[in-house]
Design a binder for this molecule. Structure first.
Ligand code: F6R
Length: 243
């Protein structure tokens, strides 16, 4: 893993945006794995700025989002499809048919998970997967557990995850209890992974991700086994290279 530390979130957002832009510049039909939540909002703004300056095109790019809530209408402002439209897709020249977010309202969720994996298999591997991290170490919505799923699946969200995401809703009751998420196997197949971690309150989980034992109880710790992971953070953490 490579750790890049930034003094300000603005600098971090710009560097993360630049990395994503460089991938699309070097391969116009790049496949990008996208994340939602609070973390990527600023870096998506930077990408939009660069697009508006005429310095990048996403005409041939394809995107696959990590996850989507189950049972939340896509028109709900907090659905991850709506989030992506509002924060990125509506402001750049990506073709709508090239943007993929799991359908959390599919009548047969298991079939939807299979469809998503098959699409990823046909169009992948993902060139750059963007990730945030939950306070409990989840990536995508792969929650800490005794075992992790390889493929896309329907997950029951942990209460601490629902609590953390309550800030986007009017109350905890409104936060969906389930989501569809890419599995760990799919995430780990990306050629390159960019993990963005913002805020000192995530320093402890980032330290466990970088330096702790590799365990399914901290799903992000599995990233230690991936050959090309770049971590960008404003947290005060160290990356230990030996005991
Ligand atoms: C979002 C996702 C999640 C978030 C994580 C952090 O698509 O997959 O893993 O990245 O929950 O969320 P924020 O950025 O809101 O702290």
């Amino acid at each position: 893993m490579i750790l890049h530390k930034f003094k300000t979130q603005a600098d971090l957002d710009r560097a993360a945006a630049d990395l994503i832009i460089s991938v699309v510049r070097s391969k116009t039909n790049a496949v990008l794995g996208m994340a939602t939540g609070g973390t990527p909002v600023g870096l998506y703004k930077e990408i939009v700025k660069t697009y508006q300056q005429g310095l990048i095109s996403f005409k041939e790019a394809r995107t696959f989002n990590l996850d989507e809530y189950v049972g939340l209408p896509v028109t709900h402002p907090e659905s991850y499809r709506a989030f992506m439209q509002r924060n990125l897709f509506d402001h750049i020249d990506i073709k709508p048919e090239n943007t993929h977010v799991p359908n959390g309202n599919a009548p047969d969720i298991d079939a939807e998970c299979r469809r998503y994996d098959e699409m990823l298999y046909q169009q992948g591997p993902v060139d750059l997967q963007l990730l945030g991290i939950g306070h409990n170490g989840h990536i995508g919505f792969n929650e800490p557990d005794t075992e992790l799923s390889r493929f896309t699946y329907k997950v029951t969200l942990k209460e601490d995850t629902r609590e953390a995401n309550k800030r986007f809703f009017n109350s905890l009751d409104e936060v969906p209890t389930h989501a569809v998420t890419m599995g760990m196997g799919t995430i780990m197949q990306a050629k390159m992974i960019l993990l963005v971690v913002k805020g000192q309150e995530k320093a402890e989980i980032l330290d466990r991700t970088l330096n702790g034992p590799i365990t399914t109880q901290v799903p992000a710790s599995l990233l230690q086994t991936h050959p090309r992971v770049i971590v960008m953070t404003d947290c005060d953490v160290q990356y230990k290279v030996s005991h």
